[in-house]
Design a protein. Structure first.
Length: 341
């Protein structure tokens, strides 16, 4: 098979800064997490949330997601760690690769739910905000498979084929050097999914978990055909790989969730994050309106020149807000403008 061009693989999956190893797989995961939190934070603020909330909840979601992703991989590929001649300790070596997206999303959602519950935030609204960022994080994380020379597809001589070193090739094709770069296919697909969710969210004002549902449904379509190309060991059911069946079931569930959510709760959430106790009037949307209303009332109410002058002096000095007609009104005005919205 004549190879005209190909994508070379890294000669090593890690580099060393003195005694400290920097592993490409872990580096890609970390960059992906930062991108997801950054973009999710921006989208959360656009929806009316506060800066820092997404990062605070990510402290719960990310560790849960990593544990869930690893558990799914170890459970579905247990023969790699508990078979004959295998070392079960390798199940903890996450830097060598092996994160199942299904487990990562499932337990990551549990961690996000815990974080949202502690902040009094609806999980669907949070999930909608971070959904495209998660897709971009997946796109970046897939390049970790390139560093580890894993999860590639069938042998091919296409110009964008990836070259695999002899020690990482399938046992039945040891003489073939180039294969479908399925990590690249899935990475590009995830980028497209991320932009699709952003566009659809702006166009249709998706809410109550529907942006998340769109991300899940779109991702599973791409994962189905990418999974079909892969040649790594996997369990099969009725001729399909286990992850293909998972993609089908998750796709059906995501589409059903979108339809049910649209019928029960059309539109988007008006409030995504409640005002916390002790906030000043500067962070409360009702406070400025209250002050404007009282100032308008001061202009409309009749008052003696002396009283008006007194009120003007107080407003200028910032000591009181109101019409200045009585000490009682000056005291009660801030209370009435900072009540529960």
């Amino acid at each position: 098979m004549e190879i005209l061009a190909f994508i070379p693989s890294p000669s090593a999956g890690e580099i060393h800064l003195g005694p400290v190893p920097l592993r490409g797989y872990a580096f890609c995961i970390i960059i992906g997490v930062f991108v997801a939190v950054w973009l999710g934070g921006r989208r959360w603020i656009e929806r009316g949330g506060r800066a820092g909330t997404v990062a605070d909840i990510a402290v719960w979601a990310v560790p849960f997601g990593l544990v869930g992703g690893r558990l799914y991989h170890v459970i579905t590929d247990y023969q790699l760690y508990f078979g004959e001649g295998r070392n079960w300790v390798d199940a903890f070596k996450i830097w060598d690769g092996g994160l199942g997206i299904w487990g990562a999303v499932a337990l990551g959602a549990l961690g996000a739910w815990i974080g949202c519950r502690r902040r009094g935030i609806p999980l669907p609204a949070y999930a909608d905000a971070v959904a495209p960022g998660v897709a971009f994080a997946q796109a970046i994380g897939r390049w970790g498979n390139w560093f580890n020379q894993e999860l590639y597809g069938r042998a091919t001589d296409l110009p964008w084929a990836v070259e695999i070193d002899a020690q990482h090739r399938p046992v039945d094709t040891p003489s073939l050097a180039t294969y479908h770069p399925t990590f690249l296919y899935e990475s590009l697909w995830c980028v497209g999914v991320g932009f699709l969710v952003i566009w659809a969210d702006r166009r249709f004002k998706l809410g109550h978990g529907r942006a998340l549902g769109l991300y899940v449904a779109a991702y599973t379509v791409g994962r189905f055909w990418v999974e079909y190309l892969r040649v790594d060991d996997a369990h099969h059911i009725a001729g399909l790989r286990l992850n293909d069946w998972t993609s089908i079931l998750v796709f059906v569930g995501a589409v059903a969730g979108i339809v049910i959510s649209a019928r029960l709760r059309p539109g988007r959430e008006k409030t995504v994050e409640p005002e916390s106790a002790g906030d000043g009037s500067s962070s409360s949307p009702s406070a400025p309106a209250g002050r404007r209303a009282h100032k308008a009332g001061a202009k409309a109410s009749p008052a003696s020149p002396a009283t008006a002058k007194s009120a003007g002096e107080k407003d200028a000095d910032g000591d009181a807000e109101g019409d200045g007609s009585s000490p009682t009104s000056a005291v009660s005005t801030p209370e009435s403008s900072s009540g529960a919205s």
